[in-house]
Design a binder for this molecule. Sequence first.
Ligand code: SF4
Length: 215
Amino acid sequence: MDSISPAIRHYLERLLSDLAGLDSQIVYLMMIIVVSVIVLDAISLGLRKKRQAIGLQAKTQTVSIDGSKSVPVRNYVSELQGLAGKPDALISENGFLIPIERKPLARKIHDRYVAQLLVYMRLIEEFEGKKPPYGYLILGPSCRRIRIDNTPERQRWLQGIVDEMMTILAREKTAVAAPHPRKCVKCDVQNSCNFRFKREEQVAGEIVQISRKTG
Ligand code: SF4
């Protein structure tokens, strides 16, 4: 106790003496309050870290977030629509539930990201009873936030994709991959894949087109 200043020692002695004079039930109550504050602080710190990882601002009203126990992720499975999805997060904005999809490695928007968000918006409408007017894509390490409006045109476009998938699942149509050349070059299964991008075939096709035009 030599390193404690006299003032602090005096304070602690008084505190201990006061505590000793208190009813044991009050002491237990205080202990419960202190433990509760510590637990709540730990939960809130965990939630803050999850929010940061997903690119959400501190003041955002978070309803669900992937990996959180206090506001667990919502997994929607619709037999009615034949769709399923698990948004990375749901936030509440202007009275609506808004889905968030995080793509930490993405540099630009891809159609498949937009389609994924539109599917979430359909599922939220079915299960939560209110159609989200938009959703957010959070792209790249800098967490660039892009708003995707839930418009009838976009939903029509999505419906086209869903219809095509359904016909493929019903074996009424064969799926045809449209791979990006760079992906095929790095792909481990390219030697056994019928859809792999073949540079020589593309060159041959271009030559045929040119000769048709010039011939
Ligand atoms: S080789 Fe086949 S599986 Fe691999 S990326 Fe290309 S299309 Fe996809």
